[in-house]
Design a binder for this molecule. Structure first.
Ligand SMILES: O=C(O)CCC(=O)C(=O)O
Length: 251
C-alpha cells in the first residue's frame, strides 16, 4: 500500500530528492501544508471564480451537445408524452414541500424520499384533483399510484438517461416543484432526441411509447439554455408517481 502511495506521489510531485524535501524536511510535512493551505486559503472569491468556470463549462458543453447524426425533434412528436405547465397552484406546491422529511433540502446526498400507502392527505389530493381523469381511467384503470418518490435536485444534479423498471406499470407521472429543469428524451434506435423544460408547478406524463421506448434523463449541470438565455438552476423537487404491476418483480 505504502509503495503504491509513494508511486502516486512521485508521479505527481517528483521524488524525495526534489526541492520540496529541502524546503519541508519530509514528504508528510509538505503534504500537510498543501492540504491545509487548500482548505484555509480558499476565499469566497476563489469559490465564486470556481462557480463561474463551472457555469461556463456547463454552458458550452450543453450548447455543443449536438450528438452527431441525431435529430432534434419537438416533444409533441413523442407518442405518449404529455407536458402540462402550471397545473399546481403555489399554495399546493408549498404544502407538498412540507411532506419532505426534515432536513432533506439541506443535505448534499441521499435526497430521495420513497413513500408508500397510506399517503399523506396532500398527496391523495394531488392524485385525486391534479392528474387528468382520462389518463387515470384509461392507463391507471381508475386507480391511484402505489409508489411515490420525492427527489431533491441541487444545481449540478441530474439523473442518467433511463427507462423506468419493468416492475412499474404503464403511466409514469411527474410533478415538478420549486425550480425549472430540462429533461431530455432520447431514442438511440432512431437517433432522435427532444428536450422539455419541466417548469415548477408542471405535470409530465409518460405512457406507452414515451414510457417504454424512450430514455428520459436530466443532464448534470448548473443551468439550462431556455430560448437562447442561460437560466441557472435553483433547488428543485420532483414527485414521481407510479403503479406497481401485479406479480412483477425487480429485474
Ligand atoms: O425527477 C424527475 O423529474 C425524474 C425522475 C425520474 O426519472 C426517475 O425517478 O426515474
Amino acid at each position: 500500500m505504502e509503495s503504491e502511495k509513494s508511486q502516486d506521489w512521485e508521479s505527481l510531485f517528483g521524488s524525495d530528492d526534489d526541492t520540496f524535501v529541502n524546503e519541508y524536511g519530509s514528504r508528510d510535512e509538505y503534504e500537510e501544508d498543501l492540504v491545509s493551505s487548500f482548505f484555509t486559503d480558499s476565499s469566497d472569491d476563489d469559490l465564486e471564480s470556481f462557480d463561474s468556470v463551472l457555469t461556463s463549462v456547463d454552458q458550452q458543453s450543453s450548447q455543443n451537445d449536438t450528438k452527431k447524426g441525431w435529430t432534434q425533434i419537438s416533444p409533441s412528436e413523442i407518442p405518449g408524452l404529455t407536458y402540462i405547465p402550471n397545473v399546481l397552484p403555489p399554495s399546493v406546491q408549498d404544502e407538498l414541500i412540507q411532506c419532505l422529511p426534515d432536513g432533506i433540502l439541506d443535505r448534499s446526498t441521499g435526497r430521495q424520499a420513497h413513500l408508500y400507502r397510506p399517503f399523506a392527505p396532500v398527496l391523495q389530493n394531488l392524485m385525486q384533483n391534479f392528474i387528468p381523469s382520462a389518463f387515470k381511467k384509461q392507463v391507471w384503470e381508475g386507480k391511484d399510484a402505489e409508489a411515490i418518490i420525492m427527489q431533491v435536485y441541487n444545481p449540478g444534479d441530474g439523473i442518467i438517461p433511463h427507462v423506468d423498471l419493468p416492475m412499474f406499470d404503464d403511466g409514469i407521472v411527474i410533478f415538478s416543484l420549486l425550480s425549472d429543469i430540462t429533461m431530455e428524451f432520447t431514442q438511440p434506435s432512431s437517433k432522435r432526441k427532444a428536450s422539455v423544460l419541466l417548469e415548477k408547478g408542471s405535470l409530465t406524463i409518460m405512457e406507452g411509447e414515451a414510457r417504454y421506448q424512450w430514455l428520459h434523463g436530466i443532464p448534470f449541470r448548473t443551468g439550462d439554455w431556455t430560448n437562447g438565455t442561460w437560466i441557472p438552476r435553483a433547488q428543485r423537487c420532483s414527485i414521481t408517481m407510479r403503479r406497481i404491476g401485479l406479480n412483477k418483480m425487480f429485474g
